[in-house]
Ligand binder design. Structure first.
Ligand SMILES: *[C@@H]1O[C@H](CO)[C@@H](O)[C@H](O)[C@H]1NC(C)=O
Ligand SMILES: *[C@@H]1O[C@H](CO)[C@@H](O)[C@H](O)[C@H]1NC(C)=O
Length: 403
């Protein structure tokens, strides 16, 4: 008697297939899409007391719990974390830290941090980010919970999150920060939000200190094309067998966060960081290198963004004609020439430095601004931003160390 009879196996597969179809259909409904993308209903840690940041590991009165009002009257919960160098310069624990805001904002640069989807600003992994930035970079940190998250009002949408980001920026300026003291930083979903803010500010001729994108996606559409549920069940790939179905499902996306199309609008220095080895699809190699992978967003998204920043400096990429077989010998060699020329030019523009055991840093400078791609070996998706090696590159690139 076999362990699993044929008809049982068939039923299981039919069941899984049905579940898959149901999942895809649910995701075309905006309500479910919103909840799946933002996961804002997952309010981890549960019943957090945002008034007492000390409960989550931050030093007494180093963090101010505050509310920020948006242009469309949502009220956002936020934390302002004092830089350690400022906090330690005080003779005692401050009894009214909110009175020190303006002084703190002028004493040290501030990281305006936009977290990823799900959970709240009190999540342990996020606290480790504020601790790293306020100590190793001696930066102040402002972190908001978007509308619909944590103790903030409202429901998340893409334009809504962009307004939240702008409200946080305006709050810093209103409290005495200057634009060049503010480094905009996003993680995961927050990279889409950060890029929207950076593009909007650039359009207005406002120059923040820079933009940092941790574990970004190039766009939600492109992410979904490669996304696998639990890193195993591909979401869109099976649909691609019927291209119009895949196209239709992707066209029903409500919140697209197309960072790649924002790239030409974003001025000023940019640092992109991503952990992990190349994502090769579901293979034995991936299993072996598991510990080094970003399992949620493959690093090819960061490469694509870096390339998008680099693209204007290179001649247009030669295109293969639809019918490559019709290419004459001459046309082929012309094509190959242009490919080689583009590659040479790229290598002349981009410097690549291998930091042994840590990762690789690709960098180019264009009309005075640096664009950097740090490809780390470790950190995964959620702990990339606490890598000391990454803090140091951020510190040097954005002038946090005073030289
Ligand atoms: C926000 O609230 C203010 C004052 O209560 C009101 O004047 C304004 O019209 C509101 N704006 C929006 C977009 O609801
Ligand atoms: C922390 O600040 C609060 C007011 O914001 C104050 O009542 C309290 O005494 C301060 N704690 C310490 C240890 O100074």
């Amino acid at each position: 008697m076999p362990f699993l009879s044929f008809s049982t196996a068939r039923k299981i597969f039919a069941g899984l297939g049905g579940l898959y179809v149901a999942t895809v259909v649910l995701l075309t409904i905006p309500y479910f899409q919103t909840h799946t993308l933002f996961l804002h209903a997952v309010k981890l840690p549960f019943f957090a007391n945002f008034d007492v940041p000390e409960l989550y590991g931050l030093a007494p009165n180093k963090t101010i719990n505050l509310r920020i009002e948006t242009a469309d009257n949502e009220s956002l919960g936020a934390w302002f974390v004092l830089s350690d160098s400022f906090y330690h310069s005080l003779p005692t624990i401050p009894s009214q830290p909110s009175d020190l805001l303006a002084t703190a904002l002028n004493a040290r640069p501030t990281i305006l941090f936009f977290h990823g989807n799900a959970a709240t600003r009190a999540l342990g992994a996020r606290i480790q980010h504020y601790t790293g930035y306020s100590s190793r970079l001696a930066a102040n940190v402002l972190v908001i919970d978007y509308r619909g998250f944590a103790d903030s009002t409202g429901t998340p949408t893409q334009p809504g999150l962009a307004r939240d980001a702008r409200a946080a920026w305006n709050w810093l300026i209103k409290n005495g920060a200057s634009a060049d003291q503010i480094l905009i930083m996003g993680h995961s979903l927050g990279t889409g939000v950060s890029s929207l803010l950076a593009a909007e500010l650039s359009d207005e001729g406002i120059s923040p200190r820079g933009l940092v994108l941790l574990s970004p996606f190039s766009s939600i559409t492109k992410l979904l094309e490669t996304y696998s549920i639990f890193g195993v069940v591909p979401l869109i790939k099976p649909l691609a067998m019927v291209p119009w179905v895949a196209k239709m499902v992707l066209s029903m996306l409500v919140h697209t966060f197309e960072t790649d199309t924002l790239v030409p609008r974003i001025k000023g220095p940019v640092l992109i960081a991503h952990a992990g080895k190349p994502f090769l699809g579901f293979s034995l190699l991936d299993l072996i290198s598991m510990a080094e992978n970003d399992w949620e967003i493959p690093y090819s998204h960061s490469q694509a963004l870096f390339d998008a920043f680099l693209d204007p400096l290179l001649p247009t990429a030669p295109q293969l004609p639809a019918n490559a077989a019709a290419f004459t010998q001459e046309e082929w060699s012309l094509f190959m020439d242009r490919v080689a020329k583009r590659k040479d030019l790229r290598e002349g523009i981009v410097t690549t430095v291998e930091l042994r055991n840590f990762g690789t840093v690709h960098e180019f400078t264009e009309s005075g601004r640096k664009v950097t791609f740090v490809h780390t070996r470790a950190g995964g998706h959620d702990y990339l931003g606490i890598q000391e090696g990454l803090h140091d590159i951020i510190g040097r690139n954005f002038g946090f160390f005073g030289h």
